[in-house]
Design a binder for this molecule. Structure first.
Ligand code: GLN
Length: 219
């Protein structure tokens, strides 16, 4: 991290002054911005009045109010994780109890078990997922998913989406399509196999980030 105070002089006068608001780094919800549709999530959050920022280095998520792992390509996201210690930073973030939302590829990254093809999962959600599970004919579509806990049906955009094939006992199914889970949560970690950032509806973000929208209690 760079010292924004301008060098290493022990200038107490200067240190007492808070940085101007516009220079406050990394304020609000962190959106992992390595790859995929992180901009759409940021637009959605802005519409909801939730401040956010693009996280490109693991250290940047440390002070965030919440974390979003966007859709994209999970294999590519893992490639980034190989060379930079994102995995550790995300685990630490999730363990702190702050909200984490993974969408599509982000959901795949959070899962315990990943097939088709098999790949590593972080296991922050006790679910098993099959990638690209809707087949070629229907690989991208808009559907109405059933989300009684969120007040009823929800429009959902599926893009080369995975299917959740198994859920552990601690996982709550929040929305389903044809009886199959598409939105789940386990404590502070939630995941959607679809793209809630691409519709007008903001119930998924609201549900997943409820805590982040409120002032944080000190742990
Ligand atoms: N098919 C992608 C994967 O397997 C996910 C697609 C998406 O995020 N829209 O990672």
């Amino acid at each position: 991290m760079e010292d924004t105070g301008g060098g290493r002089r022990d200038d107490k006068e200067e240190r007492r002054l808070p940085p101007p608001a516009s220079r406050l780094p990394n304020h609000g919800v962190a959106v992992l911005a390595l790859q995929g549709d992180f901009e759409a999530h940021r637009r959605k959050l802005a519409e909801m009045g939730i401040p956010s920022f693009e996280a490109r280095r693991p250290g940047e998520i440390e002070g965030a109010a919440g974390l979003i792992l966007p859709g994209g390509e999970s294999t590519t996201i893992w490639k980034f994780f190989e060379s930079v210690p994102w995995e550790e930073a995300i685990r630490r973030f999730a363990a702190s109890g702050r909200p984490v939302l993974g969408t599509c590829a982000g959901a795949i990254v959070l899962a315990r078990d990943v097939t088709n093809p098999a790949q590593k999962g972080m296991g922050l959600l006790d679910i098993s997922v099959e990638r690209n599970a809707y087949g070629r004919q229907a690989d991208s579509f808009v559907g109405l998913v059933q989300a009684p806990a969120l007040g009823g049906d929800l429009p959902a955009v599926f893009i080369r989406a995975p299917k959740i094939r198994g859920v552990g006992p601690g996982v709550e199914i929040v929305a389903a399509l044809h009886g199959e889970p598409v939105l789940v949560r386990q404590g502070n970690v939630a995941a959607a196999t679809f793209h809630p950032e691409l519709t007008e509806d903001d119930r998924v973000h609201r549900m997943a980030l409820a805590q982040a929208a409120r002032p944080r209690k000190t742990a």
